[in-house]
Design a protein around this ligand. Structure first.
Ligand code: MN
Length: 136
């Protein structure tokens, strides 16, 4: 069975190295992008099984990149998991509204990270509500 492929989008070098090391040690194939622009451009060629999306990035941030990807037919069915340092209630709502299927809090918990990724892969994308979701 081919390795599952993760598109890892992260502008911080240390976070990138840590996440890559953990994922590769667990047998995942990791393709790296350091900006939202790069993630959007790479996606069709990479065809990842999952996207790990940093939220805070200069230029096209993670929320914008997620909205763009989720609006594209070839990307809509791929789970996108936000990587966020500020897991506050208000931001969670923004993350989910942008189309992310879940989130992983930073700093990365080295003992939990791979398990969190596997769980997100197993869960897959959340059902698309296509604007019909009631936000209270
Ligand atoms: Mn960042």
């Amino acid at each position: 069975m081919p390795a599952q492929r993760i598109l890892l989008v992260e502008d911080n070098e240390l976070n990138m190295e840590l996440a890559t090391d953990l994922l590769e040690a667990a047998g995942f194939e990791v393709i790296r992008a350091t900006s939202g622009e790069e993630a959007i451009a790479l996606f069709p060629r990479v065809q990842p099984d999952l996207v790990l999306m940093d939220i805070q990035m200069p230029g096209v941030d993670g929320l914008t990149a997620t909205r763009v990807l989720k609006s594209q037919e070839h990307a809509a069915s791929v789970p996108i998991v936000a990587l966020t340092a500020r897991a506050m209630a208000g931001e969670m709502e923004m993350i989910l509204r942008a189309g992310c299927d879940g989130y992983i809090s930073k700093p990365i918990d080295t003992r939990e990270f791979v398990q969190q990724v596997r769980k997100a892969l197993a869960n897959g994308p959340k059902p698309s509500a296509d604007g019909g979701e009631a936000a209270s």
